[in-house]
Design a protein around this ligand. Sequence first.
Ligand code: SF4
Ligand code: SF4
Ligand code: F3S
Length: 359
Amino acid sequence: MANESGSSPATLGGLLRSQGVSRRAFLKFCSTTASLLALPVTAVPAMAEALSSARRPSVIWLSFQECTGCTEALTRSHAPTIEGLIFDFVSLDYHHTLQAASGEAAEHAREQAQHENAGKYLLLVDGSVPLTEHCSTIAGISNLQMLKDCAKDAAAIINVGTCSAYGGLPMAKPNPTNAVPVGDIITDKPIVNIPGCPPMPLAITGVIAHYLTMGALPDLDHLGRPLAFFGESIHDRCYRRPFYDQGKFAETFDDEGARKGWCLYKLGCKAPTTYNACANLKWNQGVSFPIQSGHGCIGCSEPRFWDASGVYQSVPQGQFGDGAKLGAAAVAGAAIGAGAAMLARKKKTKLDAEDPATQ
Ligand code: SF4
Ligand code: SF4
Ligand code: F3S
């Protein structure tokens, strides 16, 4: 993003000033982000200072088997937000949908960014990776090869969306392209999963803000997700929860219970086993989220979405008891590293594959 003189501000503070963002609004953003990232209040001034003087990090964004929904979620806000400006601030050196360059010039820009920022750039990926040959190529390069090439010199990888984090819709049965998530291929880099179909924009920019401020990735859970955004189930934060606890359920989408806003569990709400920040952050800048709109959560940010269960099939209660315990265990293990998280995720995937109940 360029300022009045036509050049891009070198620091994030410069960009925010050039966009008319007041110091007060910026500090409010820092304080909200610090609280979401579970940082102490005392960290806010340091975060503000670090973000203000942060220099543009290089980002390469690869899109493989995806629907562009993840990019849309991040770029389709109706009014400029500070989190949107932070995203504008990064040096997005390669993004299939957003870049102006095409053909050889685009691939040249990617190679140049990789070469000039070796060991320092962030690699963002949306979409799963097909292992079947010729299913998806960019500039004649298979997705698998491009991922390996770009991951080699990356400082860290951020999987944006359920497709790159867990395989998502392309990996759903019968998985015709033999799709896999990024973590099944790249095992020697720190990886953060920000699942969701699409993921919450603030979770993406929150992770980037943490990286800009701390020079490191945030704490992750056993599935490689930032605990700050995925530490609690939606069920635990849902405003309809008192109805669940009282046993008041909508039985159909147009009955008296539905009109009164009762719990959607019997209509297939998957939120008891879904970990995401939808209930507290909401979508469209805090306007609403699926359950508030009258439809149950379909578990779009969990592994094995879409195959896990039918959209309108209730989650067996015994299952989400276990899920809640898993979540608590994840919070207790907050310091788990990204590498260990990926190993744990792989182990879980293997266990799932061996469990006939999940077939
Ligand atoms: Fe599209 Fe969902 Fe995959 Fe994102 S996670 S690319 S929104 S299908
Ligand atoms: Fe809310 Fe769904 Fe839990 Fe009911 S089952 S309280 S609708 S999250
Ligand atoms: Fe997805 Fe459920 Fe949130 S369907 S958008 S995780 S409420």
